[in-house]
Design a protein around this ligand. Structure first.
Ligand SMILES: Cc1cc2nc3c(=O)[nH]c(=O)nc-3n(C[C@H](O)[C@H](O)[C@H](O)COP(=O)(O)O)c2cc1C
Length: 376
């Protein structure tokens, strides 16, 4: 989960060390960091960690040491926000094509990237991955989901290019696959490389399940170690709000399981899903049936301070979510982000979680932080 806890140089802080020490001590098997950004001009949040050169390595290494205690694996999620950079980060975002994000007024219209800029982004992902390994991370994850830049290349809505990066799914996935190939070559066969990919963007005309299956097969040919499946973009944040949308998924608990079952027949890649898992019984069932190799959790880490330790102790454990039943969907989306951002700050500051915290206040607090840390 994005932590929004870096300092003004976009370097890791003592608060981040505290946060990851807490989670590694609580028996998380594998931790994956929040977005670590490859280019400081295009952050997804004002206080993202940015890793462009070695200046941030000492602070980052301390954070990684804290997160790898207790035999915990700690992987870096590497990302570029593209058109999902807010105006607190830039008024001139870049994207495959000049297609503006429809979400309040927080995003400026992007400019279509030049060929040089595409090559630059490729180099930056590789460079950041090398630096992550130097910092001591035990693996990396290339973020190609949730509507960020690499996902923008995959989607025909945001990618209207007519060159070798647009059109067919082979072209739309070119940048992701080139990055994965080079990262693997640089980091070596034994270093875990993962990709986070949408099953679909859940938008008419967007990246869909057929596209996703083709990309997954190509990723398998390249030999990644773990595929994390998610779904949605900022325009439809399915990855956070699926449970409000479909009754069937509320009953079934986890999001994106249907897709995992479908692709199981077509790929041998180790699979993980993050999204909606809340009961031990259901997790056990999915693992027993070998539908997934790994289960990912995000909000449970912020709903219970001792997650996953206590969850793992009791066979009948169940974690409950905070529920934000606002009629206006955009408000609900912001409440989800703001409420959990607040809880991250509580944990990182060594304080108790506050499940009763007012989501409106949380949104105001998050917006103020974005503005102050972004502009001042
Ligand atoms: C506060 C917060 C920050 C998040 N930041 C990221 C992020 O940086 N990268 C990412 O891939 N997903 C991020 N997510 C999405 C989660 O990884 C996950 O897909 C989503 O919360 C669904 O899983 P859950 O039901 O277990 O919470 C974030 C979610 C929350 C609540």
């Amino acid at each position: 989960m994005t932590e929004r806890l870096a300092d003004r140089n976009q370097h890791a802080t003592a608060a981040l060390e505290h946060l990851y020490r807490h989670w590694s001590a609580n028996d998380a098997g594998l931790l994956i960091s929040g977005n670590i950004i490859v280019d400081r001009r295009f952050k997804e949040a004002s206080a993202n960690i940015v890793l462009e050169d070695e200046s941030g390595l000492p602070a980052l290494s301390r954070m990684v040491a804290a997160g790898t205690q207790n035999n915990t694996h700690f992987w870096a999620q590497i990302s570029h926000a593209g058109r999902q950079s807010t105006i607190f980060s830039t008024f001139k975002p870049i994207a495959p094509s000049a297609v503006k994000l429809k979400k309040l007024m927080l995003f400026a219209k992007p400019r279509a990237m030049t060929m040089e800029e595409i090559k630059d982004v490729e180099d930056r992902f590789v460079n950041t991955a090398i630096l992550c390994k130097k910092a001591g991370f035990t693996g990396v994850q290339i973020h190609s989901a949730h509507g960020y830049l690499l996902n923008q290349f995959l989607s025909p809505i945001t990618n209207q290019r007519t060159d070798e990066y647009g059109g067919s799914i082979e072209n739309r996935s070119r940048l992701l696959l080139d990055i994965v190939r080079r990262v693997r070559a640089e980091l070596g066969a034994d270093f875990p490389v993962s990709v986070k990919l949408n099953s679909a963007d859940f938008q008419r005309g967007g990246f869909n399940e057929e596209d996703s299956l083709i990309v997954i097969q190509k990723l398998e040919e390249q030999g990644i170690d773990l595929l994390e499946i998610s779904g949605g973009t900022y325009e439809n944040i399915t990855f956070l709000t699926e449970r409000y949308q479909r009754k069937s998924t509320q009953e079934r608990e986890a999001y994106f399981m249907d897709f995992a079952r479908k692709i199981r027949k077509h790929t041998n890649l180790p699979l993980m899903i993050t999204g909606g898992f809340r009961s031990r019984a259901f997790c056990e069932e999915v693992l027993r049936k070998k539908e997934l190799e790994m289960i990912g959790f995000a909000r449970p880490f912020l709903n219970e301070a001792d997650f996953p330790n206590r969850f793992l102790e009791n066979a009948d454990s169940r974690v409950s979510d905070a529920v934000f039943n606002f009629k206006i969907h955009q408000m609900r989306d912001f409440a989800e982000a703001g409420f959990y951002d607040y809880q991250i700050h509580q944990l990182a500051g060594g304080k108790d979680l506050k499940p009763g915290y007012n989501p409106y206040l949380a949104v105001l607090r998050m917006t103020k932080n974005e503005l102050v840390k972004g502009w001042f």
